[in-house]
Design a protein around this ligand. Structure first.
Ligand SMILES: [Fe+2]
Length: 209
């Protein structure tokens, strides 16, 4: 099947970035719940964890490569803003070793809970800093054409992940948020999600124990 890009508009960019953050939080909460129940290594939990890692890396690669450099150019010479961006980038770099600790705990058969708790805390700090700092800054300094360029690049970079990404974002979210996210997408993407992507996603039974 030919890959379909989301190709979001400016407001859609924000909706998609924030919705992804909530989906990351949801997944790590699910992992924490499974670990607390002694089911952290169940096959569908591991599949959910692998899916989380894949989409986390795609999302952050896009921010690191395409979004933050645009914001940095827009705030060139403004030390406080550049420092806030550098802080977010450093926090992001700090997540990978914590993901590695969860992987190691999965493999060595020990208690998953401490590694998952540390990941959850660091992830929350990173996402909050992005939402209250770096993304707010991006919204205030990037012109419409910059958002369009970001959206085009995001569409090109992530089009093969769109069938995986859309149903993952709306997995388990409240009806009003689901509707807000889906209506931000182009109608053909929404329809593909309804007839193909979401049914396929449900069959994967990610996180079920
Ligand atoms: Fe993000």
């Amino acid at each position: 099947m030919e890959a379909i890009a989301i190709q979001p508009r400016e407001m859609t960019c924000h909706t998609i970035l924030y919705a992804a953050h909530d989906a990351f939080r949801r997944d790590v909460d699910r992992l924490a719940a499974a670990a607390a129940a002694g089911k952290g290594r169940a096959s569908h939990v591991r599949a959910g964890w692998e899916n989380f890692k894949d989409l986390f890396r795609v999302h952050h690669d896009l921010e690191e490569r395409v979004l933050w450099p645009r914001v940095e150019r827009a705030v060139a010479g403004r030390r406080a803003e550049l420092a806030a961006l550098a802080e977010v980038r450093a926090e992001h770099a700090g997540i990978e070793p914590l993901i590695g600790r969860v992987d190691a705990a999965m493999d060595d058969g020990g208690d998953l809970r401490p590694a998952v708790a540390d990941l959850r805390a660091a992830l929350e700090m990173l996402l909050r800093h992005k939402e209250t700092g770096a993304l707010t800054l991006a919204e205030s300094v990037l012109a419409d054409e910059e958002w369009r360029a970001f959206a085009a690049e995001a569409g090109r970079s992530c089009e093969t992940r769109t069938p995986q990404f859309v149903p993952w974002v709306v997995d388990g979210i409240a009806p009003i948020q689901r509707s807000r996210f889906l209506t931000a997408l182009p109608a053909p993407v929404r329809e593909l999600n309804r007839v193909m992507w979401e049914p396929h996603y449900r069959k994967r039974r990610l996180w079920s124990v």
